[in-house]
Design a protein around this ligand. Structure first.
Ligand code: 13P
Ligand code: SF4
Length: 312
């Protein structure tokens, strides 16, 4: 580790102690950021952690919908987002006002939204889900109840295929990272590594999901790689997860799947990679930028997240 990085790491540890702060990080952040986290997880685990922590300050090393979720669940705590421009293409694809108009076209439908949405969309949602629990959430709703599923059309159609549910209208959004994987490049990797298992996130397109040996959320993929007898895996999700895979299972080989035009041989979420050690240290020092949510909107959004956590 460079002198600069180790100084920042020490400063972050000191500020956390002094301010009773906790750092929650998603697996897609950089290895440097993951190393200073108190808790590393997928979207579901992070929202559960945000609900139960007794820290005074939650610093969210992730993207803005995750920090908003933490603030909705823990309104009395200070929630810091080191890079406020760290958005999410899925959340951005679903504007709350547009979604309200869309919803009004389907009276009587219940709304299931992926947590990758703004707090305004959550306020229009009956129950949230993450990729870990989307199937469980949809199955918790009577089969004859029509549903709107937003904003990820790939996750929505995957759940539709699993449940055979036809009464489900999908919002047309997608994740810029998971949509871009190239079938051609994955099949090339498979022919070079015939014994490798292909592990795929359900935000990927249907033709990628169909060739998977395992489909699951970030945490589910990690668990599968641990229990599988295979020693090689072609990993079709954001490449930040590789650091945790290699740490947990050093004897196994993890091969990142690239999009067609990748120069680095992998696929990265540009938003998650905006979070740096410098920005974390500065946010803890200044206790800013802070996530602030209008109380009426927060209350309206809370129910949809709590409903999800209760059935997870
Ligand atoms: P999970 O954390 O549920 O796997 O979702 C992945 C993702 O894209 C987070 O933004
Ligand atoms: Fe959003 Fe995709 Fe990045 Fe996750 S990986 S934060 S879904 S853009």
């Amino acid at each position: 580790m460079s002198v600069e990085k180790s100084k920042l790491t020490e400063e972050i540890a000191r500020l956390k102690r002094e301010k009773n702060a906790v750092i929650l990080a998603h697996y897609y952040t950089t290895p440097d950021v993951q190393a200073v986290a108190d808790f590393l997880g997928d979207s579901l685990a992070l929202s559960q952690q945000a609900q139960t922590t007794d820290a005074d300050i939650i610093l969210f090393a992730g993207v803005n919908f995750m920090a908003e979720t933490a603030k909705v669940l823990s309104p009395s705590k200070k929630v810091l987002l080191p890079e406020p421009e760290a958005g999410c293409s899925l959340a951005q694809s679903c504007d709350a006002a547009e979604f309200a108009r869309f919803k009004s076209r389907y009276p009587g439908y219940k709304v299931v939204s992926y947590v990758n949405t703004s707090v305004g969309v959550k306020a229009l949602t009956d129950i949230c889900c993450t990729s870990s629990n989307a199937l469980k959430v949809v199955e918790s709703i009577p089969a004859d109840q029509p549903l709107i599923f937003a904003p990820d059309r790939n996750l929505g159609s995957y759940i539709q295929r699993l449940t055979g549910r036809e009464n489900m209208v999908l919002w047309d959004g997608a994740c810029h990272v998971h949509e871009e994987f190239s079938l051609e490049r994955i099949l090339e990797l498979k022919s070079e590594h015939p014994d490798a298992r292909i592990v795929v996130h359900p935000e990927c397109r249907e033709y990628i999901v169909r060739i998977a040996d395992f489909v699951g959320s970030t945490a589910a993929i990690l668990a599968y790689c641990g229990r599988s007898t295979a020693s090689e895996f072609i990993v079709v999700t954001e490449s930040g997860i590789l650091a945790e895979m290699r740490k947990r299972y050093p004897e196994k080989n993890f091969i990142p799947a690239p999009p067609l035009d990748s120069t680095c041989g992998c696929n990265e979420c540009r938003f998650m990679k905006m979070v740096t050690l410098e920005k974390i240290a500065s946010a803890l020092r200044d206790e800013a930028p802070e996530v602030i949510i209008d109380e009426d909107v927060r209350k309206a959004a809370e129910r949809s997240i709590v409903n999800m956590i209760e059935i997870s």
